[in-house]
Design a protein around this ligand. Structure first.
Ligand code: SF4
Length: 420
């Protein structure tokens, strides 16, 4: 991981300092999140160098609490490509090309191509084992078979239901229960329910605070910029259950409370409230700032951070904890997209109403085929309900598919023709 080691030292840590010094827009609010990401990578490098604990590469449909409770270092593979390309868009090209040059199909999702290329170039962490699930998408199902072949690592697969019913949650809790045996075997550590309870309680403090932040984002004007929400999401993915995450989120919440009390918003004049309903545009770090400055529009909620609205984990006993972890895992990030389109549309309409949005931006990744199926149906619903939606295709990490200029002009045209 030589590239990432250097990036953490020469880019992420200095950027955190610049943010703290106010040299980056909204820097004061972003610095703590960058610190958490840098600390997470420092810990990853330490584990790789010292092998003092096991490193688990895990996928969507799981959250880190169970791994942390068993003394295992959790590494969400899918968060790594975004961090590697953060503020360096062309980094993606090298790894995507490396994968495609080895015969990986071009139409696979960029996340899977990137991870495959990073594996080939020795830029994925040297994991001890992999834990994956049967959702959310075809692309990752193929991806994890490729990683298994390439690494020869033990892989544990959970069967993730496509429903969001109490029965489905209970079934998936059973899947996580079975996973415990595999983790014990791989790590040599006995599962300790009290340690899981401690981690879940810390995680609850973080999710409760996140819930308050999201509630405060419903205010008009919205107190914090869209980029702060994305930053929160990046900081949180690998860190639920870690006290530093909770402290950072409490800081953000207190800032949002103060802003709302003073009637202040992140924008000097908030003209539009956008529901940003799929992926960020990773290669355009300043897009959200541009949206505010040029169009007076703010992303009040994005679909990835939307999953951070979580019920607390009931820590009464193992069954209640596993049930809550199952619900969290199935809701996490893109796992949310595994359900049927009627459920997705219900959630979309709830989010649109809850955050009093007045339009939707839907960047649809070319490799994410099932989302395009839903989008066609969603467009019909938006037409019936008079919800303005700007949907376009892109590869959210690879700027060669659609450039940042093209994304911006598409959005600009939407605001000029539809929103005015
Ligand atoms: S963007 Fe779509 S295809 Fe890619 S990993 Fe996420 S759900 Fe799968």
């Amino acid at each position: 991981m030589s590239f990432m080691r250097e990036k953490v030292e020469t880019q992420i840590k200095p950027m955190a300092e610049m943010a703290r010094a106010g040299m980056v827009p909204h820097g004061r609010l972003l610095a703590g999140g960058l610190d958490i990401v840098a600390d997470f990578y420092d810990e990853t490098f330490k584990v790789i160098d010292e092998r003092n604990k096991k490193l688990c590469w895990y996928e969507f449909c799981l959250t880190p609490e169970l791994f942390l409770a068993m003394g295992i270092h959790p590494f969400l593979g899918e968060s790594h490509p975004s961090m590697m390309s953060f503020a360096q868009p062309d980094v993606c090209w090298k790894y995507v090309d490396a994968a495609e040059n080895q015969g990986v199909p071009t139409e696979l999702c960029v996340l899977d191509k990137f991870m495959y290329g990073a594996l080939v170039c020795d830029e994925m962490p040297a994991a001890d084992f992999i834990v994956t699930a049967s959702a959310p998408c075809d692309s990752s199902r193929i991806g994890y078979q490729m990683y298994e072949q390439l690494t020869g690592l033990p892989v544990y697969r959970l069967d993730a239901p496509a429903e969001d019913t109490p029965e489905a949650h209970k079934y998936y809790a059973g899947e996580i229960h079975k996973l415990i045996g595999f983790l014990e075997e791989q790590s040599g550590t006995r599962f300790d329910i009290d340690r899981l309870r401690e981690v879940c309680e810390e995680s609850n403090r973080a999710t409760e605070t996140l819930g308050e932040i999201l509630e405060l984002r419903r205010a008009r004007p919205c107190p914090q910029a869209g980029v702060v929400s994305f930053g929160c999401y990046m900081a949180a993915t690998n860190s639920f259950g870690i006290p530093e995450l909770t402290s950072y989120l409490e800081f953000l919440r207190d800032d949002a409370i103060a802003m709302v009390k003073q009637g202040k918003g992140a924008l000097s004049e908030e003209k539009h409230r956008v529901l940003w309903y799929y992926t960020p545009v990773v290669y355009d770090f300043e897009l959200q700032e541009w949206l505010g400055n040029t169009l007076g529009a703010i992303s009040v909620l994005d679909v990835l951070s939307g999953y951070l609205r979580q019920e607390p984990i009931d820590t009464k006993d193992l069954d209640t904890m596993l049930l809550a972890l199952a619900q969290r895992g199935l809701e996490s990030t893109m796992s949310r997209i595994r359900v049927r389109s009627t459920t997705l549309t219900e959630r979309f309409l709830r989010d649109y109403a809850d955050f009093t949005a007045d339009c939707v931006i839907f960047p649809g990744p070319v490799g994410c085929k099932h989302v395009w199926g839903w989008l066609s149906l969603l467009r019909e619903v938006c037409k019936q309900k008079g919800i303005p939606i700007c949907a376009f295709d892109l590869d959210w990490m690879d700027s060669r598919v659609r450039s940042s200029d093209s994304v911006r002009s598409q959005i600009e045209e939407f605001f000029a023709t539809v929103m005015n």
